[in-house]
Design a protein around this ligand. Structure first.
Ligand code: BGC
Length: 771
């Protein structure tokens, strides 16, 4: 075997005129990447080329699921797979022949190295690129750092933190010999029923854009070193506003809405974060599946935005053109449609290579079209330094993953992502002397679920649950824990009764409610990918638990752990203190406890509106002006808590909003500076997230009531004042006019600055753009 490999690699060498053996250009790290790509492409067979467009699930994943899944499960499951009729040996042989470009769902460095070693037996030794959903840290892998999920990170409005987390994740991934993360998710989440809100940066296009750019740039930088990983800007597009709130359901969105709301974050994350990879979205968009959508993949991405990276399909979604969208009769036809529309790599499955090779041989797809895709994929592999460094080593891995610096970042990020929604009578921070015996209960009181979707179980000692955090931060308090189990759907009435009984002898209640997201219990979850709801209420007996504890008359604090907004109406009205912790990650419990006991002053603001109920899913703050012309009857048109809202233990006063100009010339490069003073009027140091919104008062096409256009995290000591300035360049005023032309229309603009998107929290000034 060894001899054969040697012979093969010798065959790739070229003899010089002098008879000396010279390495092929593509193996020369000093040669320009374009030359390496062309040299390699010129040596490849059609099968090897199509193999570069081919991805499979990892072998351990395959083995595990072959044993536990049925063929029927495969058609609906988008997280687990095996290939009926295929053996591990088949997968290994394909890899050795260079017919696999990438594996996903490989969870250990050992497996990544193993697959790479097999692959290095192939004729041309083109390294594998290992992909993984490192959505909030490389959390699917044991012992890697688990940061808060994107919705919490967005609620910190901390763009630098997003960059830092992405960098640290890249280092941990490379140490695990993993090279491609399927993040950032830059979808604008507009429907809380959709289980994936937690992996997005929320409902606002500008905030999503800022976080998406920072994250993608953090992963990739220039994508030119062995410390970078490939980011994946996903899912293109519209799946975050599915018609019935369920994952993968059709989206029907006008071109105006796409361009105003959904496209900007994709365009910016690519153009400013590094345009190397995009994943298409499960759904059909305006009747055409995204995976065969030429308008999206070719006209918008390539021609309009000049995208130069490669497009990857989402999990078996090309195949879903056959069984879901019904726009192709068989997989081969769907593959053809998809490639001709602009697809470059297939996630994932064993049919691709044979089927696509046949399509080329029969003349349905040109080989030059295949070459285009292969060029894009090879370019990324060269840039990542995979040819030079295809393996990982245990020593580096153990030094890098979950190291003290990364842990500190995860803790800091958790502290900054937790939103204080209500604090009646200043119940918080808790008085340790007053509340000596404290009841702790609820499904999320002591469970790894605090880490959120996209993380697997981690060693117990690495995860700080709320109960652990409380015991760490308030060691002299007597915490009485009544376990409600992890499963909101199957709570026990006896356990709820037990908690209510226990409350009688306690001074205070801490109830940790919310959703269940852990992936290893795929079918039992209530939130996360493919886990959508038809309402936003608390599942099971949780509402009863909160109500009955509150009715004991003991002060009650509600902690919500969830990736989606939950309509906690009863608590909003009756429970004195509410904390929305989102999915705060590995150190979530410690951060919650530090906030409860005032060691940390909360600063986060909601990245997504919390509606009163499911009927209010469209109360995102940047709705059009006529949206509530007729308010609802028998109810309230205002959401429970609006976008941008969050309390602190101190108070902030805004004053003196002023603009340096009252008139600018529309379409020129003149900008306006808005200046405002913020004062910390309370007795504690704090951080205020100051938000700037713009309202285009009258326009040729209907505009939102306001749109976030800038923000700053401002740290203020007790009693301190700071004057801050925002620059408003004209691109922040531009929109698609009545003729879909992008630009600034003459007219009056309102500048709104303050501590939330609520009108009453905003100071207002106006200027005019004149002809
Ligand atoms: C999800 C993607 C993910 C992929 C691989 C799909 O089901 O939609 O976001 O990257 O699986 O895990």
């Amino acid at each position: 075997m060894k001899h054969l490999a040697l012979f093969i690699s010798m065959a790739t060498m070229t003899l010089t005129m002098q008879g000396k053996v010279k390495k092929p250009v593509y193996q020369d790290p000093k040669a320009p990447i374009e030359q390496r790509v062309e040299d390699l492409l010129g040596r490849m067979t059609l099968e090897e080329k199509v193999g570069q467009m081919n991805q499979l699930v990892g072998i351990a994943h395959f083995k595990e699921n072959s044993a536990t899944m049925s063929t029927a499960d495969l058609s609906t499951n988008t997280a687990n797979a095996f290939y009926p009729g295929v053996t591990v040996k088949d997968m290994e042989e394909w890899t050795k022949k260079g017919l696999v470009s990438s594996f996903l769902h490989v969870l250990t460095m050992e497996e990544a190295n193993y697959l790479q070693r097999l692959n290095m037996q192939s004729r041309l030794r083109i390294p594998l690129i290992i992909g993984i959903d490192a959505i909030h840290g490389n959390a699917k892998c044991k012992d890697n750092t688990v940061y808060p999920t994107n919705i919490g990170l967005a609620s910190s409005f901390d763009v630098d933190m997003a960059y830092t987390i992405a960098r640290q994740t890249a280092l941990e991934m490379r140490a695990m010999n993993m090279h491609w993360t399927f993040n950032p998710n830059v979808e604008v989440a507009r429907d809380g029923r959709w289980g994936r809100c937690g992996e997005t940066f929320g409902e606002d296009p500008y905030l999503v854009t800022r976080m998406g750019v920072a994250t993608n740039r953090g992963y990739q930088r220039n994508l030119d070193s062995a410390e970078d990983v490939l980011g994946c800007v996903k899912h293109f597009v519209g799946g975050s506003q599915p018609i019935n709130g369920t994952n993968g359901a059709p989206a029907d969105l006008s071109e105006r809405t796409l361009r105003e709301v959904f496209f900007p974050s994709f365009k910016a994350a690519l153009q400013q974060g590094g345009d190397w990879n995009v994943m298409m979205s499960h759904n059909e968009l305006n009747g055409i599946p995204c995976h065969t959508n030429r308008w999206l993949m070719t006209d918008i991405l390539r021609k309009e935005w000049g995208f130069k990276g490669f497009v990857v399909s989402d999990w078996m979604d090309i195949e879903h053109c056959v069984d879901q969208h019904r726009t192709a009769t068989d997989h081969q036809e769907a593959f053809k449609q998809s490639i001709l529309a602009g697809m470059d790599m297939h996630m994932h499955g064993p049919e691709w290579v044979r089927s696509v090779v046949e399509l080329v041989k029969e003349g349905h797809i040109s080989e030059s079209r295949i070459d285009e895709s292969v060029r894009r994929i090879l370019t990324v592999k060269f840039r990542l330094g995979l040819f030079e460094q295809p393996y990982g080593d245990a020593k580096t891995r153990d030094k890098v993953i979950n190291n003290p610096v990364h842990k500190q970042t995860a803790l800091e990020a958790a502290r900054n992502s937790i939103v204080l929604l209500k604090n009646e009578g200043n119940l918080l921070p808790l008085d340790m002397k007053k509340y000596k015996r404290v009841l702790v209960t609820g499904i999320n009181a002591n469970d790894q679920n605090i880490m959120g979707d996209w993380s697997e179980l981690q060693p117990e000692e690495k995860v700080s649950t709320v109960l652990k955090g409380l015991r760490q931060i308030a060691p002299s308090t007597d915490f009485q824990f009544v376990d409600q189990g992890w499963d909101p759907r199957n709570m026990s009435q006896a356990k709820v009764d037990e908690a209510v009984e226990a409350a009688k002898s306690c001074d205070l209640n801490i109830v940790c409610c919310g959703e269940y997201m852990m992936r290893f219990r795929w079918n039992e979850r209530t939130s996360g990918e493919d886990t959508d709801r038809d309402n936003l209420d608390l599942v099971g007996l949780q509402d009863q638990l909160i109500r009955r504890l509150n009715e004991t008359g003991k002060p009650t604090v509600l902690i919500i752990i969830s990736g989606r907004p939950l309509s906690v109406r009863y608590a909003a009205e009756h429970v004195p203190a509410i904390i929305n912790a989102w999915e705060p990650g590995q150190f979530g419990g410690q951060a919650v406890a530090e906030i409860l006991y005032g060691k940390v002053n909360p600063s986060a603001k909601l990245a997504m509106t919390i509606p009163r109920g499911v009927g209010q899913i469209s109360t995102y703050y940047n709705h059009k002006k006529s949206a509530f012309f007729h308010p609802v009857v028998c109810g309230n048109s205002e959401p429970l808590y609006p976008f941008g809202f969050g309390l602190s233990y101190t108070t902030f006063a805004y004053s003196g909003l002023s603009l340096d100009k009252t008139k600018i010339k529309a379409g020129s490069n003149e900008s306006v500076n808005a200046t405002i003073t913020i004062e910390n009027t309370g007795t504690r140091d704090g951080v205020e997230i100051c938000q700037l919104y713009i309202n285009d008062v009258v326009a040729s096409a209907a505009r939102p009531v306001k749109e976030l256009k800038d923000f700053k995290r401002v740290a203020l000591k007790a009693g301190e004042r700071k004057t801050i300035t925002f620059e408003i360049p004209q691109e922040k005023l531009a929109f698609y006019d009545i003729d879909m032309k992008y630009g600034v229309e003459p007219g009056v603009f309102e500048v709104l600055v303050g501590g939330s998107s609520k009108d009453s929290d905003l100071k207002k000034a106006t200027f005019e753009a004149v002809k």
